[in-house]
Design a protein around this ligand. Structure first.
Ligand SMILES: Cc1cc2nc3c(=O)[nH]c(=O)nc-3n(C[C@H](O)[C@H](O)[C@H](O)COP(=O)(O)OP(=O)(O)OC[C@H]3O[C@@H](n4cnc5c(N)ncnc54)[C@H](O)[C@@H]3O)c2cc1C
Ligand code: SF4
Length: 560
């Protein structure tokens, strides 16, 4: 038996983008229903950042047998361990398929808060170098917006969530509204000085810009450097939707949050040309339900949103809702990650770092900013950091000397770790698997995604330039590396319902509104027309706030 309930607005998903949509819609006076597939989270019980290894059953090493059986994809993510594994999906319940020679690691969280609980919190604005790239080199289609369109929304988001960072005045990485930057340690300062001396200002090292409070902000206290944010944060010192946007939405009295609500499709009314219903399976009772509203925000994450659209078939849209362009599912991107170099830094033996700073360093893109590299287009940035080598736990020997060795620190080291841009290509595509369904009977995705030659060249170049910078800093024992990670593992999956200027070649317009159903907005990573090399989530947040502003304006004018 199905029933229908009506709201002003419906948001699908409660992660980073869904939380923002809920906050903005409710604060604009709309009665808003948030439909979330996963269960609720109780920070007091579920957040485990202060739990020690000896308090865990497997002492922090994890239940390998259970991981192999139930999280055989998720376990590839560094953050999916004995503490945080519960925030990642069960891969049996949430299957997808890929060809054996084209692996894709789809890392997901299904709970209130989505992946905002485990995310790495690195936040970097995009610039016109990124928004103009497609138009300039003809990969993909032109973005329908430029930096000036989104800049005020970046500021709006940063002021609310709190972002610590250093202003650099770089055109390719615009500055934001920053709280004070976290401090570099002595090794990082040494590398920063070495780079500054050797590359004429073209290459720069700074502290990461991150959505972690370096000082008290609004009603949230500063971070106390316990260091394992992917396990949650009881003091709400980093941004997640549970602690920041959803409480703001709740405070309006206009939020209805419905966990265990798995959206499987949207209904389309051909007469009004609007989404007329959001079709849900209650994850606990298996009861089908339908909800409706004047406006629907699709924020279920890049590939889940596209899956819902692909599964919303009707005589008018036989290949999925909002797919009159045929572009739905195409142009999947992720950042190519995993090349760089590490080295040892002599001296500073009397220095030690204090606490567990939950942040590293950042070296903004320097390739193809002012001049064109002959071998590849676009660019990459480095995350990384310096550290003091650990106590000698693998020292040889026994007895008194062995114990003395155990207490000795190693030397300082530094590593650059690159994240590169992925070009939009129509052949990197997702579609509905003809056979496989998930635990709720909803068709699973088939993912077809491979790196191109350009991404491989970026990786090679990362290992060369990282080694050059370590050399400039006086490092020894320099080890360049190139790891070949499958797409997906960077967890910056983007595209598949891109924004554009032309309904014939894009799914969404300049305001994230579906060309084919104007009361439908999709503001998660599915909307992206290119990938840049910066971590993308703050751009999704800014686009979400901007899209809500547009929707509310349209509703006031009775266009929606
Ligand atoms: C370990 C890790 C580190 C990361 N580090 C960074 C970083 O440093 N910087 C950065 O920019 N990004 C980072 N990311 C990526 C970032 O988490 C995502 O880009 C971001 O969470 C996307 O927001 P979203 O709202 O689209 O999706 P999510 O936050 O994943 O939320 C989607 C929500 O939708 C729900 N949902 C899905 N399907 C349905 C359905 N059918 N019906 C109802 N609800 C549904 C899900 O349960 C989930 O709650 C990281 C991710 C991980 C896991
Ligand atoms: S390091 Fe800071 S932000 Fe991270 S969990 Fe600890 S207090 Fe929270």
């Amino acid at each position: 038996m199905s029933r229908t309930t009506t709201f002003d607005a419906i948001v699908i998903g409660s992660g980073i983008t869904g939380g923002w949509a809920a906050k903005e819609l409710t604060e604009h006076g709309l009665r808003t229903l948030v439909l979330e597939a996963g269960g609720p989270i109780d920070p007091a019980k579920d957040f485990v950042e202060h739990v020690q290894p000896w308090q865990l059953h497997f002492r922090g090493r994890g239940d390998r047998r259970s991981m192999e059986k139930n999280q055989f994809i998720q376990k590839n993510c560094y953050a999916c361990d004995e503490w945080s594994g519960k925030f990642f999906v069960n891969d049996n319940d949430n299957p997808y398929t890929f060809d054996a020679d084209k692996p894709f690691h789809w890392i997901r969280g299904r709970q209130v808060g989505g992946r905002s609980i485990m995310w790495g919190r690195q936040v970097y604005r995009w610039s016109d170098l990124d928004f103009e790239a497609n138009a300039k080199d003809s990969h993909g289609i032109d973005w329908p917006i430029r930096y000036a369109d989104i800049a005020p929304w970046y500021s709006y988001v940063e002021r609310f969530i709190g972002v610590s960072g250093e202003r650099l005045g770089l055109s390719q990485l615009p500055d934001g509204e920053f709280l004070k930057p976290m401090e570099l340690n002595c090794a990082e300062q040494m590398v920063r000085t070495g780079i500054a001396k050797s590359f004429g200002g073209e290459r720069v090292l700074t502290i990461g810009r991150c959505a972690i409070l370096s000082e008290n902000h609004r009603d949230r206290p500063a971070c106390h450097y316990c260091g394992t944010c992917e396990r949650g944060c009881i003091t709400r010192s980093y941004f997640n939707s549970i602690g920041v946007t959803l409480p703001a939405a709740r405070a309006t009295g206009r939020l209805t949050l419905r966990p265990h609500s798995v959206v499987h499709s949207l209904s389309f009314d051909t007469a009004t040309r609007r989404v007329s219903g959001v079709n849900v399976i209650d994850a606990n009772t298996r009861q089908p339900l339908t909800f409706s509203a004047r406006v629907v925000f699709l924020c279920a994450s890049t590939l889940e949103s596209t899956r819902i659209l692909l599964n919303s078939k009707s005589p008018e849209f036989p290949t999925g809702l909002a797919n009159s362009s045929g572009e739905l599912g195409r142009n999947l991107m992720d950042h190519v990650m995993g090349a760089g170099a590490s080295g040892t830094l002599a001296g500073m033996e009397d220095h030690e770092s204090y606490g567990h700073r939950p942040n590293g360093t950042y070296t903004p893109r320097f390739r193809n900013v002012k001049s064109q590299h002959p071998d590849f287009v676009r660019g990459y940035a480095f995350q990384g950091g310096g550290w003091r080598g650990g106590f000698g736990s693998d020292a040889p020997g026994f007895g008194r000397e062995f114990k003395a060795q155990l207490l000795k620190h190693g030397p300082w080291g530094f590593q650059f770790y690159g994240f590169g841009e992925c070009l939009p290509r129509p052949t990197n595509q997702v579609s509905l698997d003809p056979v496989k369904v998930d635990a709720w009977g909803i068709p699973a995705l088939h993912i077809n995604c491979v790196w191109s030659d350009n991404e491989q060249k970026l990786l090679q170049d990362m290992s060369v330039t990282a080694a050059e910078m370590l050399e400039a800093a006086g490092a020894t024992n320099i080890k360049p590396f190139v790891d070949h990670n499958p797409p997906g593992l960077t967890i910056h999956e983007m595209g598949t319902a891109r924004m554009g200027r032309d309904p014939k070649t894009s799914v969404l317009n300049a305001h994230n509104q579906a060309w084919d159903a104007l009361n439908l907005y999709c503001t998660d990573g599915a909307c992206m027309a290119s990938s840049a090399n910066q971590n993308p989530s703050i751009t999704y947040m800014a686009l979400t706030a901007r899209a809500v502003d547009h929707a509310v304006d349209q509703m006031k004018r009775n266009v929606l």
